[in-house]
Design a protein around this ligand. Structure first.
Ligand code: S3P
Length: 441
């Protein structure tokens, strides 16, 4: 899968199942490696990112087996073993940061690396608090590759998160499980809470409360797994993956789509609220609870959208959806303003620049001022052929602009489509149900 030329869609109608949630999949693997129970995992995300977490755990000695029905079985160890080679975490920031937390109490040297994009992403935000807990990092300038040596005598810290990052928070929560004492993490701005939910589901010693209007997460370690029992983790569908198809169904004529079993976590479903405020006709039905998370089926249909202003305070809850929301804004009537997008600069690509340059390539009038993105809707009117999209090896950009192509009058060539393997390997197979695409030039 290199370049693909995607044509406009007939209609986005039918019933879709989507991959298991990527964020929850990482956490399911990592936290399962700490419990004494035999854990079975259903519907694990099949992308390369989660595969990197799995491989790292296997290198640390964790036994992970697939059975014939696709169920994954994880058996934990009394202690992790020193990996024989470097832990290579590919393109996955979540793997890198969460695994660094897991390794905090391991008294051996571990070499951690990643691909070119991961090597550019900031790791100082994780290394700094882990160092305060007693972890040693060498040969690093706040980025990967790094050599990490943990300690069995991790110190309890009280730490106010300087950035609203779920990866940073989760790394510290995982490290805190091995601390002898109370670790406090203070969250001035909230981010996705999958780690907290799964820790509670697995009876790990976490307390969540509010102090001076800030959320405090308190872990009383060390975590001593209780008597073995069997646990089934059935991972809900990925809401960030669903966002692409929901938006496609709003934009393409005559569409009516149902997506089954989407994770309905309040820090992840905010994009649905935004699309509804833009005029999107979206309903949720059949809510249920699964491994401590809410899930729902989502029905959406063709809608006339209008521009919207999104304030900076909810940016952490939309962080992975801005690329597809930018596409929705391009097809909406009127101006949209997305405020406070500084964290987008530190994703798989500099997403703020990548969104802007590719929208412009599609003829959409837009600009970035400070960290705010301004998009003038109805950009597709001015599309000029041929259009080529360069996602800068960022899966969410490739998928968002493939949806742009489904909604536009002209075919669009998307380069580097292989990047969708990070989170959604079957994305183009799904897309082929709605549209034609050919190998690009
Ligand atoms: C993730 C958190 C988000 C998100 C990423 C997955 C996670 O990053 O962008 O795709 O699983 O914790 P931050 O909250 O760290 O910015």
């Amino acid at each position: 899968m290199g370049s693909l030329t995607v044509s406009s869609a007939r209609e986005i109608t039918g019933v879709l199942d989507i991959p298991g949630d990527k964020s929850i999949s990482h956490r399911a693997l990592i936290l399962s490696s700490l419990v004494k129970h035999s854990v079975q995992i259903l519907n694990l995300n099949q992308g390369d990112d989660v595969a990197c977490t799995r491989k790292a755990l296997e290198q640390l000695g964790v036994n992970i087996q697939n059975d014939r029905k696709g169920i994954l079985k994880v058996k934990c160890l009394d202690h992790f073993i020193q990996p024989k080679s470097s832990l290579y975490l590919g393109n996955s920031g979540t793997s890198a940061r969460l695994v660094m937390g897991l390794l905090a109490s391991c008294e051996f040297e571990t070499h951690i690396s990643g691909d070119v994009s991961l090597q550019k992403r900031p790791m100082e935000r994780v290394m700094q608090p882990l160092s305060r807990m007693g972890v040693n990092f060498k040969e690093t300038k706040g980025c990967l590759p790094a050599i990490q040596t943990g300690t069995r005598n991790l110190l309890p810290i009280s730490y106010r998160l300087p950035v609203p990052s779920a990866q940073l928070k989760s790394s510290l929560l995982i490290a805190a499980l091995s601390v002898n004492g109370i670790t406090r993490i203070i969250e001035p701005a909230l981010s996705r809470d999958h780690t907290e939910r799964l820790m509670k589901f697995l009876d790990m010693p976490l307390k969540v409360y509010y102090e001076n209007k800030e959320r405090v997460l308190e872990v009383t370690g060390p975590y001593l797994p209780s008597k073995a029992k069997s646990i089934l983790l059935d991972i809900p569908g990925d809401s960030s993956a669903a966002a692409f198809w929901i938006t496609a169904s709003l934009l393409v004529k005559n569409s009516n789509l149902r997506i089954n079993n989407v994770c309905w976590n309040p820090f992840r479903n905010v994009f649905v609220d935004i699309l509804k405020r833009m005029g999107g006709q979206i309903q949720t039905i059949s809510q249920k609870s699964q491994m401590g998370e809410e899930c729902t089926d989502i029905i959406s249909q063709t809608s006339l959208l209008h521009g919207i202003e999104i304030s900076a305070d909810i940016a952490p809850s939309l962080i992975d959806e801005y690329p597809i929301l930018a596409v929705a804004a391009a097809f909406a009537n009127g101006r949209s303003i997305f405020r406070g997008l500084q964290e987008l600069r530190f994703k798989e690509s500099n997403r703020l620049e990548t969104i802007e340059s590719n929208l412009k390539a599609c003829g959409v009038r837009c600009y970035v001022q400070n960290n705010d993105l301004f998009i003038e809707g109805k950009g597709f009117d001015s599309i000029s052929n041929p259009i080529e999209i360069y996602p800068q090896h960022d899966h969410r950009i490739a998928m968002a602009f493939s949806i742009f192509a489904l909604a536009s009058f002209h075919p669009i060539t998307i380069h580097q489509t292989k990047t969708v393997m990070s989170s959604y390997p079957t994305f183009y197979k799904e897309l082929s149900k709605f549209s034609n695409f050919n190998p690009g030039h």
